[in-house]
Design a protein around this ligand. Sequence first.
Ligand code: DGJ
Length: 647
Amino acid sequence: MKKLLVLAWAGAALLSGGMLRAENILLSTRNSSLLLTAEKGKTPLFQYFGARVASPDDILASGAAFGDAAYPQFGAQCYREVAIQATHGDGSMSLELAVESVSRDRRDGSETTAIDMKDKHYPFFVTLFYKTYDDCEVIETWTEISHTEKKPVTLYRFASAYMPVRRGDTWLTHFHGTWGAECYLHEEPLTDGMKVLKNKDGVRNTQRDNPSLMISLDGRPRELTGRVIGGTLAWAGNYRIALDNDNTHTTHLFAGINEEQSQYTLQPREVFTTPVFAFTFSDEGKSGVSRNIHRWARLHRLNHGTELRDVLLNSWEGVYFKVNQEGMDRMMADLADLGGELFVMDDGWFGDKYPRNNGETSLGDWTVCREKLPQGIEGLTESARKHGVKFGIWIEPEMTNTRSELYEKHPDWVMKVPGQDFITARGGTQAVLDLTNPQVRDFIFYTVDTLLARYPEIEYIKWDANMPVLNHGSVHLDKDEQSHLSILYHQGFEDVCRRIRRKYPDVTIQACASGGGRVNYGYLPYFDEFWTSDNTDALQRVYIQWGTSYFFPAIAMGSHISAAPNHQTHRSLPLKYRIDVAMSGRLGMEIQPRNMTDEEKNLCREAIAAYKEIRPVVQFGELYRLMSPYDGQGVASLLYASEDKSK
Ligand code: DGJ
């Protein structure tokens, strides 16, 4: 494969072991370049990001360089928004970061450039990382922060990324919504002042806004033409993306963890690593940015991103909590008859002392409800074998209900303010488990491990999460660590995911969170796909899936044929229309086949067979969004092309 990466070190001398004394650092992909200046003893500078250039001089000599601090700090030069702010152990709030060294590390088709900085007055260190890949157009950036001061340092701002973007007729594209209407497309010109996209849910970070955005540089955003920068924050917790549009004709973009209520006390020698911000440039409009991100996702970020997904039937809208052996067996038979490949039993299968018949009980009691399933999971896997389909199962392992055996045994495992009553959610009894507690993390790992070890025929897990953090407090954390709660929750969550993936690399896992609450790249290294929305109305899905497609590829987008009238909107749409919309993502069904007519079944059977034919193009192909439903013409059209454009 042609080597795409060019790393030019103007005026640089190679020292040893990959250590470089560099001034201008030009990181290029096939179509884009990022130019930084890192001079020892000085603030590193962000000079340029955009269309590919051949050498730093193309930017520096043309007057197009920004010359902005690459990681603006509070303390010295602090008259603007900052990427980092800290209070040292002695109370000083000043940072003055200067370059110590630059290094690069090439491995497995990627290259990571690290700019090490040290404070001029304190043993306080920040490293900026920029990672490029040989085979895609995306650059990842993140930072590491540490110190060896005598006392802890408190971090108040710790962005993953900073980037200046030239203003002109620049437009912002972002994704806003709510439950059942996730990821709606919003576009607006970038006007003077600050625009902030952020989330504080604590558990599900993409229902209201997605931590992804595009900035179109050539006026009103277009799909297939124009220069566009796009970026997405790979973090599952609270985030903050701020666009400071100032009067120097620059938009200053800051992206990272939302630090509000999350100041972090950093102990000497502890390393705080911020999440990755992945960004890209395209001069082929917004669809170009999407194609770059999709490719990066499939090759480098999404679990099993290069393996085809099965056509599945999920039991939720078919039977809701009314799960039983006979009903599941029948659904599996119907699925097989339609040509489907995987059956997923949703909520309602568990709870011994408290059978799960609604949202009020049983989360945490991950044992089969024998009243409903007298033959246990074995009965279900036996049915799956008999009908020749794969079997999957729903869990919500980060949660419990106060009416559960788990809560009765471990009332201190839920997130709550020590010594106070706590607020519950779904069913009036649901609570979030405190993942800062290693015992809780072990329990979650044990839950998944037990299911998968005992029933190796489980090939798919739908991992749900249905409430926000309503109680900011942890019995497990010390007084002075309470502000770490949201960050440690998600670091703990990732820790559990890593353990699960080490032991079970092959199982397919869907990220669901009250529908589309977990559509982000913080999860996707561990998850294979997401449930796009609980709203399965095909007409509304056109808008939801259109918005979601900006940053997430079809292979990851759970998209199901559901009943008419639709259970969320009560609207009836023709089956053919419902099928077409579902086929534009990872096709599945969310319906009771028993209620379908023979004619409807025939149409579904044909659709599944057709989808299997086009599946490689939809799931691995390149997306061209042609006519937008948001343009008010009553039309939406998308095109998927195989990479070599032969299909
Ligand atoms: C919320 C999910 O989004 C639904 O698909 C379903 O799994 C329910 N939870 C089950 O309680």
